[in-house]
Design a protein around this ligand. Structure first.
Ligand code: NAD
Length: 425
């Protein structure tokens, strides 16, 4: 089954601690001024609202919603909206800060934000979710705005919710404002290339890192954990560039084929099989899905959930390169061992930033009132990802630190120096 051995308790830092532990190391390496440190670690705005919604059965339920703007130093803040039962203000705060660093590392002119509503969308009707989304948008009319704060989808939300958000915001302003949100359906001003953008960025950063390690993509073996949006596109695009994808996995289990899995076939199978790889015949089902992480491959792409590489399994990892498609797949405890073992890790805030990059392009196109071709989107996002990788790599050499810390250094340095130019009160 797709069971992954859970991380030991000591690896289970809350997201805020886990982000701050890396932030602190980078701030120290950079010699960040203590006053600026205090500015950067505190979110600039937190808004919490109660949203009374009439449910389909006539009852009224009150939902709790949040939006945290961590920073708008580089520009309007950007970040997703999550609909889940475990939405909690502390976590939203951590994820908002994460967005600040992610946007800064790829050098797009956005600050960071995150939002969430504590609800279980799977138990709600479309009408209930629509009313909830519109009520939340209405409560956040003073927060959102194409020049202020630009939401996007996250867990539990997608193009449908973004369309309602855009419509509600537009009604309140008496005009169509499609640049207030990204991740919209194509017909409402979504961008070509957005669906595959994160997986594509994973591919670009993986190839850039392989070049540094002198791994020839045509001789490289790859294992990808998670076969959803990020994992399947990363696998497909790496295969197109010559790599042999020997293992893939999803919630149904891990699948191994020494000769290489035909990723197009695997995607077609998944799409015709209710979204899972269960029963996929193009590879052998592994006895233990967690073993995918321990395969002797050149490149490992964790693209499922957080904390899968932890102190309990890190010693046994044999990949030469790890490219983090998922957010937070490596615990801070495991990081130390990985560095000792000399495995190169392209960190999440860099590797999976292709998504936010193309969201930025969506906003740019909306503001231009123009539509770019897929080729233009891909070419420009590839360039941004490659430049960001090179900058982080150079920084890691200069400070003699792992790429993760280097990515934080690049991001913090950018935000801190912009803050110093802009000044405060
Ligand atoms: P998704 O829901 O499309 O896919 C997730 C995949 O992981 C599915 O194949 C699921 O079956 C699999 N999975 C879940 N639990 C698993 C387990 N225990 N073992 C093996 N496989 C498991 O999600 P996604 O959009 O591809 O996101 C994946 C990760 O990438 C998340 O951490 C997400 O936060 C991050 N991310 C996504 C984007 C984006 O644009 N979609 C951008 C940045 C970061």
């Amino acid at each position: 089954m797709g069971y992954i051995e859970p991380a030991p308790i000591k690896d289970k830092a809350n997201p805020f601690e886990s982000m701050m532990s890396r932030f602190n190391i980078a701030a120290e390496a950079l010699g960040l001024d203590e006053q600026v440190y205090n500015v950067l670690k505190s979110p600039s705005k937190q808004v919490s609202v109660s949203l009374p919604i009439t449910m389909d059965n006539g009852s009224i339920r009150v939902f709790e919603g949040h939006r945290v703007i961590h920073s708008n130093i580089l520009g309007p803040s950007k970040g997703g909206i999550r609909y889940a039962m475990d939405v909690h203000l502390d976590e939203v705060k951590a994820l908002a800060a994460w967005m600040t660093w992610k946007c800064a590392v790829v050098d797009i002119p956005y600050g960071g934000a995150k939002g969430g509503i504590k609800c279980n969308p799977r138990e709600m009707s479309a009408g209930e979710i629509e009313r909830l989304t519109r009520a939340y948008t209405n409560a956040m009319l003073d927060v959102f705005g194409p020049d202020r704060d630009i939401p996007a989808p996250d867990m539990g939300t997608g193009p449908r919710e973004m369309a309602w958000l855009m419509d509600e915001y537009s009604r309140a302003h008496g005009m169509t404002v499609n640049a207030v949100v990204t991740g919209k359906p194509l017909v409402l001003g979504g961008s070509l290339g957005r669906t595959e953008a994160t997986g594509r960025g994973v591919m670009v950063s993986a190839l850039a890192a392989m070049e540094k390690l002198m791994i020839n993509p045509y001789h490289a073996t790859v294992a990808v954990q998670g076969f959803g949006n990020v994992g399947s596109f990363a696998a497909l695009l790496l295969e197109e560039r010559g790599c042999t994808i020997v293992a893939i996995s999803d919630i149904s289990g891990a699948y191994y084929n020494e000769k290489g899995i035909n990723i197009k076939e695997a995607i077609a199978y998944r799409d015709g099989n209710k979204g899972t790889l269960e029963g996929f015949a193009g590879a052998d089902l592994m006895d233990n899905a967690g073993e995918l992480l321990l395969l002797e491959v050149d490149v490992l792409v964790p693209a499922a959930v957080e904390d899968v590489i932890h102190s309990g399994n890190v010693e046994k990892i044999k990949a030469k390169l790890i490219v983090e498609g998922a957010n937070g797949p490596t615990s801070a405890e495991a990081d130390k061992v990985i560095n000792e073992k000399g495995i190169l890790v392209v960190p999440d805030i860099l590797a999976n930033a292709g998504g936010v990059t193309v969201s930025y392009f969506e906003w740019v196109q909306n503001r231009l009132g123009y539509k770019w071709t897929r080729e233009r989107v891909n070419r420009r996002s590839d360039r941004i990802m490659k430049d960001a990788f090179d900058k982080v790599y150079e920084t890691s050499q200069k400070y003699n630190v792992p790429l993760r810390i280097a990515a934080y250094i690049v991001a913090i340095d950018k935000v801190a120096s912009t803050y110093q130019y802009r000044g405060g009160y």
